[in-house]
Design a protein around this ligand. Structure first.
Ligand code: AMP
Ligand code: ZN
Length: 137
C-alpha cells in the first residue's frame, strides 16, 4: 500500500514519533493531537478498517491500546481517557488504515461526540439483537 500514510510510517518512509512497537502493532503520537499524550495505535499490516482485522491483529491492537492507555494514565494522570476508532467516512475516518485513538481527557477540553440516544422499547432491542446473532453465525 504505497499511498497509505500509516503504511509509510510503519515502513519508516514517513517520519513519526513512536511510543511503542512490537511484532504486530505500532503506537505513535497523533500529529494533530487533541491533548498532550494523544496516541494512535495501529496494526503493522495494511488493514483498512476493523472489518479487515483477524483475531490475532484485533487482539494485538487492543493489548497495545490497554498498555499504552495505562502508560498515559501514569504519565499524565488525565481526568479521563477516550478510545475513539472510526470506520468509514460517515464515522469520521480520515486515514484508511485501522487505528485506535487514545485521547487523554479533561473536563471542558472541547472534545465532543454527540450521542443522540433513542431509548427504543425492549422488543426493538430484541429484533436488533436477533439480526446480529444471525450475522454472527
Ligand atoms: P481518523 O479520523 O480516526 O482516521 O484519524 C486520523 C488521525 O491521523 C488524525 O487524528 C490525524 O491527525 C492523524 N494523522 C494523519 N497523518 C499523520 C501522521 N503523518 N502522523 C501522525 N498522525 C497523523
Ligand atoms: Zn496502510
Amino acid at each position: 500500500m504505497n499511498d497509505c500514510v500509516f503504511c509509510g510510517i510503519v515502513a519508516g518512509r514517513i517520519p513519526s514519533t513512536k511510543v511503542h512497537e512490537d511484532e504486530l502493532t505500532l503506537a505513535f503520537m497523533d500529529i494533530g493531537e487533541v491533548n498532550p499524550g494523544h496516541v494512535l495505535v495501529t496494526v503493522k499490516p495494511h488493514a483498512e478498517n476493523i472489518y479487515a482485522l483477524d483475531g490475532r491483529l484485533a487482539a494485538a491492537a487492543f493489548q497495545t491500546a490497554a498498555r499504552v492507555a495505562q502508560a498515559i494514565n501514569r504519565a499524565y494522570a488525565p481526568e479521563g481517557l477516550t478510545l475513539y476508532q472510526a470506520n468509514g467516512v460517515a464515522a469520521g475516518q480520515t486515514v484508511f488504515h485501522f487505528h485506535l485513538h487514545l485521547v487523554p481527557r479533561y473536563n471542558n477540553d472541547g472534545m465532543r461526540l454527540t450521542w443522540p440516544a433513542k431509548n427504543p422499547p425492549r422488543v426493538q432491542l430484541e429484533v436488533n439483537a436477533a439480526r446480529l446473532r444471525a450475522a454472527l453465525e
